[in-house]
Ligand binder design. Structure first.
Ligand SMILES: [Cu+2]
Length: 166
């Protein structure tokens, strides 16, 4: 029985791989998911958590979503949003961040963000670090996150010129 279960799981895994494969290979064109202006707030020395923000632009004609994120700066990386509960904004983990076809989704303070839990070291202003986003269709996209001042709101950065490729 155990063997049967294991082989079924393997078969399901293989099926999932096959199902996922056409996403990137379909057109042979450029990556339809563009990630812009990735930044994080500097954290105080005592902080155990940090957050990153960015704009996700889906230039393709199919809906996509972020299903996971990974970075070396913390032991845990989660997808979060803010929800008002009894008049108080609270953070909440969410399973994915949908990015509709042809639309841009902005991760920003007070809204959607990538959460770094159990930071290995404080995020210092001026530093950069790689962050990998895992999209259901587009696959993995790695971006450079720029650490800005603790009070930064990210305003005025949402233009096409700044791809972070400096
Ligand atoms: Cu959070």
């Amino acid at each position: 029985m155990k063997r049967f279960v294991a082989s079924t799981a393997a078969a399901l895994g293989a099926a999932a791989l096959i199902a996922a494969a056409p996403a990137g290979a379909e057109t042979g064109e450029e990556q339809p998911m563009v990630v812009k202006n990735a930044w994080a707030r500097a954290t105080p020395a005592s902080a155990r958590a940090g957050a990153a923000f960015m704009t996700l632009k889906n230039t393709g004609d199919k809906a996509d979503k972020v299903v996971a994120a990974d970075a070396d700066v913390s032991r845990v990386v989660e997808l979060h949003t803010h929800k008002k509960v009894d008049g108080v904004m609270k953070m909440r983990q969410i399973p994915d961040i949908p990015v509709p076809a042809g639309k841009a989704v902005r991760l920003q303070p007070g809204g959607l963000h990538i959460m770094f839990i159990d930071l290995k070291a404080p995020l210092k202003k001026g530093e950069t670090f790689p962050l990998t986003l895992d999209f259901a269709r587009a696959g993995e996209v790695t971006v450079t996150v720029h650490v800005k001042a603790a009070g930064a709101m990210g305003g005025g950065m949402d233009h096409d010129g700044d791809s972070g490729a400096r």
